[in-house]
Design a protein. Structure first.
Length: 460
């Protein structure tokens, strides 16, 4: 732990001064929390965190920039050409390619931002937490159910501050929507429809056949990480990896942690009891079906069933992507369009329509919205706007309240999101799910995706 500048340079107290100070301290009745004093694993609010970024070329550079109020001491990426501008922005930060060497050799790191592709989220975050580092991990928290459970349990074990990078969870809008639903604005919610316009990258495709050379600046072995090795190809990186089953979580993993967030929070969801899916498929010439086993499909629908919980009725949640949409609500006035990504909450007394991050939430039709008396705010607010989600985590690292999307919340949430991909990979089947034991109970073959095998040399 690195101390604030100047600490350790104060003058020594005389014995008289010390005794007087000690007596005053004994007479005081105010308890000073350990996190205020500092010490191992605790950074006082007055000190700056020493933060490392792993996977900084894409969204990671925005996460790092949102934490510039702290000390950016280390930057790690497997492709230094792709990340060159970020390294230039922080010339004092040590540069690394292998996060394992960084964590072993650079001992001044307090907290780590993880924004690598989905398939390496878990191994990087786990390595950091095992060393007592706080972690911020981009969404989806992990690619698989098992990885999400392991990170949730590790955060609890190592007592570190955590946050998943679904920034809408820190917004005013999602809190307002939760308060409306808990106020009974539309009665008992028994159904939710969530959708996105993603993917905006190629899906439903086969593995490329050509094998171009690996760029000199890229460590391909580290990029592949725990997934099965394959030849390098620009079809995978720097962006389109989301499509590939070995590397990403598809449109559902990418946007589900945004669009489904309000439903998961407001309806107090945890594990579904069943999930089923259907999807589009590609064809070759002569209308021969292409059995794709490399990428997620170009469009899909997933149906989750949740049981009654905490006084709330059972609920069905439906997911649509690839341009598919739910049926237009009859309550929606002519001329109003569904957003490109959003949700519809269906209650026994009405409906709420909102956008991707719960923005523009309205009871429909508008006449019902105007007649509704909004409840008083009951959920603590977080400083909103750019960087607010990251700063929520920074405060937690310094001993403040747990971050809004800490792993205690975002771990089970991610399990539910990526559980949908298990159904997508087994279309036409209704998979019965034992969430506590992470097991499909009626189809043993479907359990393979719950805990995908790691390549030799990699583990949690």
């Amino acid at each position: 732990m690195t101390r604030a500048s100047g600490e350790g340079q104060r003058g020594r107290l005389s014995r008289r001064d010390f005794m007087g100070t000690a007596a005053a301290a004994m007479a005081a009745v105010t308890f000073v929390p350990r996190h205020v004093l500092g010490g191992p694993g605790n950074t006082p609010p007055s000190e700056k965190l020493n933060i490392a970024g792993v996977g900084i070329g894409g969204m990671g550079q925005n996460n790092v920039r949102a934490c510039e109020s702290e000390n950016i001491v280390a930057l790690c990426d497997v492709d230094w050409a792709y990340s060159a501008d970020v390294f230039k922005r922080y010339p004092k930060a040590r540069a690394w390619k292998d996060y394992r060497k960084m964590l072993d050799e650079q001992t001044d790191i307090d907290a780590v931002i993880v924004a690598t592709p989905d398939h390496t989220h878990a191994v990087v975050a786990m390595a950091a937490m095992q060393r007592g580092k706080h972690v911020y991990v981009q969404k989806p928290l992990t690619r698989s159910v098992h990885e999400a459970r392991m990170l949730t349990e590790a955060a609890r074990k190592y007592k570190v501050a955590t946050q998943m990078g679904n920034q809408g969870h820190s917004s005013e809008e999602i809190r307002m929507l939760c308060e409306w639903i808990w106020d009974g604005a539309i009665g008992n919610v028994h159904e939710v429809h969530c959708w996105t316009n993603r993917p905006v990258w190629p899906q439903g495709i086969d593995r490329p056949k050509d094998t171009p050379p690996v760029p000199d600046t890229l460590d391909w072995d580290l990029w592949v990480g725990p997934s099965p090795m394959r030849p390098y190809h620009p079809a995978y990186l720097p962006f389109n990896w989301r499509a590939w089953i070995d590397f990403g979580a598809g449109a559902l993993g990418d946007m589900g942690c945004h669009v489904m967030d309000a439903a998961f929070w407001a309806l107090k969801l945890k594990y579904p009891v069943s999930v089923e899916a259907s999807h589009s498929y590609e064809v070759h010439q002569m209308w021969t079906r292409f059995e794709n086993k490399e990428t997620y499909p170009s469009a899909e629908i997933v149906h989750y069933q949740f049981p009654a919980r905490e006084g709330m009725v059972p609920v069905k949640l439906h997911w649509y992507d690839g341009g598919l949409l739910p049926e237009r609500p009859a309550d929606l006035e002519p001329g109003r369009r569904l957003p490109e990504s959003g949700s519809i909450f269906v209650g026994d007394k009405g409906k709420i329509l909102c956008g991707t991050y719960s923005e523009n939430a309205r009871i429909i039709p508008e006449a019902k919205m105007r007649a509704y008396t909004r409840p008083a705010k009951s959920i603590p607010r977080i400083e909103d706007g750019p960087g607010g989600h990251e700063q929520d985590w920074v405060r937690a690292c310094k001993g403040g309240p747990a971050a809004s999307a800490n792993f205690g919340y975002s771990g089970p949430f991610t399990e539910t999101v990526v559980m949908g991909n298990l159904a997508v990979l087994n279309p036409g089947k209704k998979l019965e799910w034992d969430g506590e034991n992470m097991k499909v109970t009626n189809d043993e073959e479907a359990n393979a995706y719950v805990r995908p095998a790691f390549r030799d040399g990699w583990s949690l």
